[in-house]
Design a protein around this ligand. Structure first.
Ligand SMILES: Nc1ncnc2c1ncn2[C@@H]1O[C@H](COP(=O)(O)OP(=O)(O)O)[C@@H](O)[C@H]1O
Ligand SMILES: [Mg+2]
Length: 388
């Protein structure tokens, strides 16, 4: 990503950064290097104008405002911690809005780039399955991101190491989460022009609102996809161990199909309640994909994949369909993986109890259905854990 003038802004604290024009141009600053609405920024094509709202009103906050919001970054306000620092629950004094404030612990230029990337990406993307960036703060070394607060935390919080008394997710909630995440990726891949490759899909980056509707978060690693005749984007390899597509981990060639592979891993996590990579497990079970592979090709073994916490509370047809979708997403050969629109279409009917009822989406869509589970399982990846 190039430079974004908003970070050298001297505007008053209450002024919004997203000085929006109808073309989605950030008018702040005058440098010729200002690029938020250039071809390297998603969501500025007229073709997808009805699907995106360019330059959503992303606010710039002062450090002081965020200190007040989080009671001076009080330990009791911490709601999570990731690779880039702590996340606090806070309340904005100006509006009373409850937010999540991520206080970034950035490591040099790379971290700063990811911060800029996240702000610029999320400022130009809007979909019900993407987390909303309320604003950011950039004061010297202090870099913070302010998101809408997602009361139910992340999918990771509800799948693994449940606290005593915590209810496990039921089957249909899991499938609805998978469907929503698939729709978020479909938006990035097919409805934004040029496409955006999310690059870090994992259970902890799928956040849940009060009704367990999923939203993708963390766009620090996201990449604008290939344009013109290019088939891939060459990048430094990044992502999370256990979720990374094998060809991307080996070559650094990034395509939208890399996200499809990661989605397959997340879907397997939702089905099995096992982590993509779990160092505590015996060698052959550490990698979820390696563990699951023999079962993916054998329908009679599908029930062995199920999270024991689900017990028998799942529809066999739904399980069959979900495993088939996971298997096809995990195919070794990237070109054999489906598009996310196909995945979303195949998942939608299994989000509700009656699998027979026709889905409004499938009756209006022109995309072909997924191949059946037998052919899906044949090409299943043999390598599941790759160093990213
Ligand atoms: N917008 C948000 N609302 C509620 N909780 C959040 C939000 N963003 C992050 N969190 C919580 O903070 C945790 C850490 O998030 P993050 O810093 O993105 O690291 P990671 O994705 O590596 O877990 C998440 O797993 C989630 O539980
Ligand atoms: Mg995250």
């Amino acid at each position: 990503m190039k430079c974004f003038s908003c970070f050298s802004s001297s505007k008053k604290k209450d002024e919004r950064d997203a000085s929006t024009t109808s073309a989605g141009t950030n008018t702040e600053g005058s440098s010729s290097t200002d690029v938020p609405a250039s071809s390297s920024t998603p969501g500025n094509s007229s073709a997808e104008a009805s699907n995106t709202v360019p330059n959503i009103a992303t606010q710039k906050f002062t450090f002081r405002e965020l200190e007040i919001a989080t009671k001076l970054f009080l330990d009791e306000c911490v709601i999570g911690e990731g690779g880039f620092g702590k996340v606090y629950k806070g309340t904005l004094e100006r509006t009373g809005q409850v937010v999540a404030v991520k206080h970034l612990n950035l490591d040099g230029a790379q971290g700063s780039r990811e911060f800029l990337n996240e702000v610029s990406m999320l400022s130009h993307l809007q979909h019900q399955n993407l987390v909303n960036l309320v604003g950011y703060c950039s004061e010297g070394d202090q870099k913070l991101l302010v998101y809408e607060y997602m009361p139910s935390g992340s999918v990771e919080d509800h799948l693994f190491d449940l606290k005593r008394g915590q209810q496990p997710l039921d089957w249909f909630t899991r499938m609805r989460i998978a469907f929503g995440a698939a729709e978020g990726l479909e938006y990035l891949h097919d409805k934004v022009d040029p496409p955006v490759i999310f690059r870090d899909l994992k259970a902890s980056n799928i956040l849940l609102d009060g009704n367990f509707n999923p939203k993708l978060s963390d766009f620090g690693l996201a990449k604008i996809g290939p344009v013109g005749n290019n088939t891939h984007v060459s990048t430094m390899i990044a992502g999370t161990y256990g979720y990374c597509a094998p060809e991307y981990a080996m070559t650094g060639h990034l395509k939208v199909t890399s996200d499809v592979y990661s989605f397959g891993v997340v879907l397997l996590e939702l089905i099995s309640g096992r982590r993509a990579f779990d160092d505590v497990k015996p060698t052959h079970e550490k990698s979820l994909v390696v563990w699951a592979k023999p079962m993916l090709g054998d329908q009679t073994r599908y029930p062995d994949l199920i999270d024991p916490l689900i017990k028998n509370d799942y529809p066999p047809k739904g399980l069959k369909q979900a495993v088939a979708i996971a298997a096809i997403c995990l195919q070794e050969k990237a070109s054999n993986r489906p598009r996310m629109c196909d995945v979303a279409m195949a998942l939608e009917p299994i989000t509700v109890a009656d699998i027979e009822s026709p889905s409004p989406r499938s009756s209006t869509s022109s995309v072909p259905p997924l191949p059946d589970e037998t052919s899906a399982a044949k090409g299943t990846s043999t390598s599941g854990s790759h160093n990213a």
